[in-house]
Write a protein that binds this ligand. Structure first.
Ligand SMILES: *[C@@H]1O[C@H](CO)[C@@H](O)[C@H](O)[C@H]1NC(C)=O
Ligand SMILES: *[C@@H]1O[C@H](CO)[C@@H](O)[C@H](O)[C@H]1NC(C)=O
Ligand SMILES: *[C@@H]1O[C@H](CO)[C@@H](O)[C@H](O)[C@H]1NC(C)=O
Ligand SMILES: *[C@@H]1O[C@H](CO)[C@@H](O)[C@H](O)[C@H]1NC(C)=O
Ligand SMILES: *[C@@H]1O[C@H](CO)[C@@H](O)[C@H](O)[C@H]1NC(C)=O
Length: 260
């Protein structure tokens, strides 16, 4: 139980969804875990992150010999933080460190004082059971959850991408892609997109600079590559729902290791 809670607390991430000029959608994420836990003076690394790095796995969930969804996960972790339902949608979840409920909510849940669904179990449910972008958007915005979260969703046709900002009980904001207004990508880190990020942890501005510099191109995989190499991170996933591509990379964080 603690192992599963652990990931949800000590994780920082950046997610990007982008549309190429032909209307195909691409989704990328950088994820860091075990951050700030046990600085190893001798090795200049975060000890816990080093211990957990070998547990990163790619898992394909199969039913009747057919892949239902794919994910990058951690061995023994039951929730889903990064996943793709081939041909239908891609989904990532980022932590929302809000005072509104937050991890006090998780403690209360352990003590039996709260109901609601684990955030990363909702994503797992959606990956397994939702059959369209609309259905997943609906489930992710309406299901009662245990603590606040950001859900980043990409569909399989032009315009179908959004960032859903959640409190426990309600959907605070849905930020949709709008290519007609020049909004061909969305970047979400661990802050509400309508507010400034913490100055010491601004991973958003560099990601946007990088996307702006690359520009909207055919095959956004190439556009997203500079973005995914931008941050020193634990793992990186690149997904293309239309092309059925799912790639993930283990990353190491050389000294001095900072996630941004
Ligand atoms: C520190 O580095 C040494 C040599 O690379 C390695 O043997 C040791 O396991 C590392 N310690 C930790 C806690 O990762
Ligand atoms: C799944 O595929 C394998 C190899 O193609 C086959 O041996 C097995 O019988 C199949 N299982 C089912 C439940 O269809
Ligand atoms: C998906 O739906 C089935 C049938 O309703 C249910 O048994 C299963 O638990 C659901 N999956 C998840 C991960 O909740
Ligand atoms: C998009 O998803 C729908 C189901 O929601 C499916 O019918 C359609 O074939 C998919 N389109 C592509 C291009 O994969
Ligand atoms: C990126 O481009 C958008 C749209 O032109 C602009 O609003 C935004 O300020 C730019 N951001 C950065 C960090 O360059």
């Amino acid at each position: 139980l603690l192992y599963n809670i652990f990931y949800e607390i000590f994780t920082v991430c950046t997610s990007v969804v982008a549309e190429d000029p032909s209307g195909k959608l691409y989704h990328a994420r950088n994820l860091d875990f075990g951050l700030l836990l046990g600085w190893d003076v001798k090795n200049n690394t975060w000890a816990v992150a080093e211990l957990l790095r070998p547990l990163v796995v790619n898992v394909n969930f199969v039913r009747n010999n057919k892949t239902v969804f794919m994910s990058t996960s951690f061995a023994g972790y039951v929730g889903m933080l990064t996943g793709m339902k081939p041909g239908i949608f891609t989904l990532t979840m980022n932590e929302r460190y809000s005072l509104d409920g937050g991890y006090i909510g998780v403690l209360e849940w352990i003590l039996g004082k709260r109901d609601g669904m684990w955030m990363s179990f909702l994503t797992r449910n959606v990956l397994e059971n939702a059959t369209s972008y609309e259905e997943s958007k609906n489930l992710l915005s309406k299901t009662k959850i245990l603590a606040p979260a950001y859900f980043i969703l990409g569909g399989n046709k032009s315009g179908d991408a959004c960032v859903i900002t959640r409190s426990r009980n309600s959907c605070l904001n849905i930020w949709d892609l709008d290519t007609n207004q020049g909004q061909w990508y969305l970047v979400e880190t661990n802050y509400d997109h309508w507010k400034a990020p913490l100055p010491i942890d601004d991973r958003r501005t560099p990601a946007m600079k990088c996307m702006n510099a690359s520009g909207q191109k055919v095959n956004c995989f190439m556009t997203l590559l500079p973005f995914v190499s931008l941050q020193l991170t634990t793992y990186t996933a690149l997904m293309s729902v239309s092309d059925g591509k799912f790639e993930s990379y283990l990353r190491t964080c050389p000294d001095p290791c900072m996630p941004w």
